[in-house]
Write a protein that binds this ligand. Structure first.
Ligand SMILES: [Zn+2]
Length: 350
């Protein structure tokens, strides 16, 4: 039975009101609480809105961990900023749900067994790296696969439609490290999605931007970090797919170091490169784009050819957002997590 209990206008916080409005699917009528006439919401849908806003809206960037969770029994409800607190209390009173501070299991912030093995550093990480590469899924890019690669602000006198213009720069030129390279070994990054290339290159309107349409000339064997692992761990801590996800998505120096170790192991296993989830894939819905890091200089050796070169102009840049609570306990929570991780690391050392 769908009993209407409230409407979006019963709530004051702008973001929460939007989420409630998205869930208010009963026909327009007079609200039993505030007497406003408009679409109404029932208990079930309001509980859903609470989950979407407070849990979905509180994920820490680059992790699988929300700051808040919801159930019907926690004795210690969370408090929120002054523009939201009354709404949270009202929504909970109407539904029986409780929003509480969530101490996430450590795997949700990437503290998994494989990471700890990699953390050992030096030679001790080589065996786990080889093991990871052996068990990770693979994919073959067929000859003729189309990929894009972007250059920002090329030299005006540069000859642009050449391998040298789109391969990784030669050894003597200083280059910044990438996710899958430390700046000393050449790796070419490309994608079949121009929009993702633009994000990865952080293109601004003022930039002169050139895109090369590339094509593979032979089948390329890649480590596929977007694929399903055949071996699944008994617990999330043992699950290599969680380690794999953090390799692709975290920007912390320690994770980047681990990603580069995996790249070296993949190269040693005679693979041509890595397929991975773009960092910006986190903010792109339904993205099935192909993002690859190819070892060496594939244009120079002819594994890739340039089909065309074009200038790009940004004509539309849009963002889609979702609302959530302000994480004013975030710094405290980060400190707690750091302390937990420090203790774990300490235990591993002794
Ligand atoms: Zn109302």
């Amino acid at each position: 039975m769908t009993m209407s209990i409230a409407c979006a206008r019963c709530f004051a916080n702008w973001g929460f009101r939007q989420v409630v409005a998205q869930h208010a699917d009963l026909p327009d009528a007079t609200c039993p609480r505030c007497a406003h006439v408009g679409p109404l919401i029932n208990t079930e849908k309001l509980a859903e809105a609470i989950h979407v806003f407070f849990v979905g809206g509180s994920y820490l960037a680059e992790t699988m961990a929300p700051v808040y969770q919801v159930n019907r029994s926690n004795p210690d409800p969370a408090r929120f900023d002054s523009t939201l607190d009354a709404d949270a209390q009202l929504a909970c009173a109407l539904t029986g749900e409780v929003i509480f501070d969530y101490g996430p299991p450590l795997w949700r912030v990437g503290e998994v067994d494989l990471k700890h093995a990699f953390d050992e550093g030096g030679d001790k990480r080589e065996a786990p790296a080889r093991g990871f590469v052996t068990h990770a899924p693979r994919v073959e890019l067929p000859a003729g696969t189309r990929l894009f690669r972007i250059r920002k602000n090329p030299d005006p006198d540069e000859t642009i439609a050449t391998a040298a213009a789109f391969d990784p720069p030669p050894q003597h030129i200083e280059r910044t490290a990438g996710r899958w390279d430390d700046g000393r070994t050449p790796v070419l990054y490309a994608s079949d999605d121009i929009e993702l290339c633009l994000h990865e290159c952080r293109v601004l309107i003022a930039d002169e931007t050139v895109v090369a349409t590339l094509s593979t000339t032979r089948p390329l064997a890649l480590l596929d970090l977007t694929g399903e692992f055949a071996l699944v761990g008994g617990t999330p801590f043992e699950d290599p797919s969680i380690f794999s996800r953090f390799l692709s998505l975290s920007r912390h120096e320690q994770w980047l170091d681990h990603a580069r170790t995996v790249a070296r192991a993949a190269k040693s296993a005679s693979l041509d490169g890595i397929r991975y989830t773009s960092y910006y894939g986190q903010a792109k819905q339904q993205s099935e784009s192909l993002n690859v890091a190819l070892f060496g200089r594939p244009l120079e050796i002819g594994d890739l050819v340039i089909e065309s070169v074009n200038r790009l102009r940004l004509t539309d840049a849009r963002y889609e957002v979702s609302f959530g609570p302000v994480l004013y306990r975030d710094s405290q929570m980060q400190a707690e997590l750091k302390e937990m991780i420090r203790r774990l690391t300490f235990r591993a050392v002794i």
